[in-house]
Design a protein around this ligand. Structure first.
Ligand code: HSE
Length: 301
């Protein structure tokens, strides 16, 4: 095999109080095709197509993860062509970076004979990303919680009701994760830590049961969302609108995408009608559902 295409789902991290721990895979995808040529003439060249020129350099995350897996297996990279067909919006808090890391790691592993386990690939990519909350659901699908101990991530999957609709409100401005992390305090109070641990446990149960009422109350946070509000235009009126409509609300990952979680299939149309009344920014509503399958191969030759 010298060519493989990997499809990776979008992911939403944190889910309110589960900062750097909870994540869920969603029904929006990025496909990445890796074509590797290895012969006596190989010079270790690489070419990246399908994305903006700004992402075609050696710091492309799919390329970096591909190289990291080759390195860990002591294999040459060969001459590599990476083609990216991205449907996950970039720099919007829906796991576009994690998707590229997962694709690169899986792509290399497949082309090298699938010698590493998914856990092994998670270990490598977590060392690159710094937190496993997007990576874990991108690899495993569904709802996950992860912890890092001794530098190594460990992930468990949680059941969740299939009726949840994730209405992702994606603005036309981006927010680099580094900027959204820079505004967070280094230390937190015991009260805030307790608040998030207790609310986090309730979020997992509410997602399992499909209880909108429990989720609405539990999906609150003291560790990151308040600090990030000012980076996102009209965060507060949009949160107020979602809560008035009876749904649950959180920031998707580091933002700027805002998330409305509901079991009500009619809510999307009402939200689309009311959203322009509370914000002057342009928001596109993506009606998403849970993707229970993680990254997978969709073509190979
Ligand atoms: N847990 C991360 C954060 C997700 O909120 O910063 C974004 O990478």
């Amino acid at each position: 095999m010298n060519q493989v295409t990997i499809r990776v789902p979008a992911t939403t991290a944190n889910l309110g109080p589960g900062f750097d721990a909870f994540g869920c895979a969603l029904s929006l995808y990025t496909d990445v095709t890796f074509t590797r040529t290895l012969n006596v003439d190989s010079v270790g060249s690489f070419r990246i197509t399908g994305c903006d020129e700004a992402y075609q350099g050696p710091d492309n995350l799919a390329y970096e993860a591909f190289c990291a897996v080759c390195d860990s297996l002591s294999e040459p990279i060969g001459d590599l062509h990476i083609h990216i067909d991205a449907h996950i919006p970039i720099c919007r808090g829906l796991g576009s970076s994690a998707a590229l890391l997962v694709a690169g790691a899986m792509g290399a592993n497949e082309l090298l004979g699938r010698r590493l386990s998914t856990q092994g690939l998670l270990n490598i990519t977590n060392a690159m990303e710094g937190h496993p909350d997007n990576l874990a659901p991108a690899f495993f699908g569904g709802l996950t919680a992860s912890m890092v101990d001794g530098g190594l991530p460990m992930t468990v999957s949680f059941p969740l009701h299939s009726g949840w609709q994730f209405l992702a409100m994606v603005p036309d401005f981006d927010l680099p994760t580094a900027k959204a992390r820079a505004v967070l305090p280094k230390d937190v109070s015991r009260a805030d830590a307790i608040y998030n641990i207790s609310h986090g446990a309730m979020v997992l149960k509410a997602l399992e049961l499909g209880s909108e009422k429990l989720l609405r109350n539990a999906m609150r946070d003291k560790l990151h969302q308040d600090y990030r509000k000012d980076l996102i235009q009209d965060y507060e009126p949009i949160e107020a609108l979602i809560r008035t409509m009876g749904a649950a609300f959180c920031l998707s990952g580091a933002g700027p995408t805002l998330l409305c979680l509901t079991m009500d299939p009619t809510l999307k149309d009402r939200l689309a009608e009311k959203l322009p009344q509370v914000t002057t920014a342009n928001w596109e509503i993506y009606p998403l559902h849970v993707e229970f399958q993680g990254a997978k191969i969709i073509a190979s030759e």
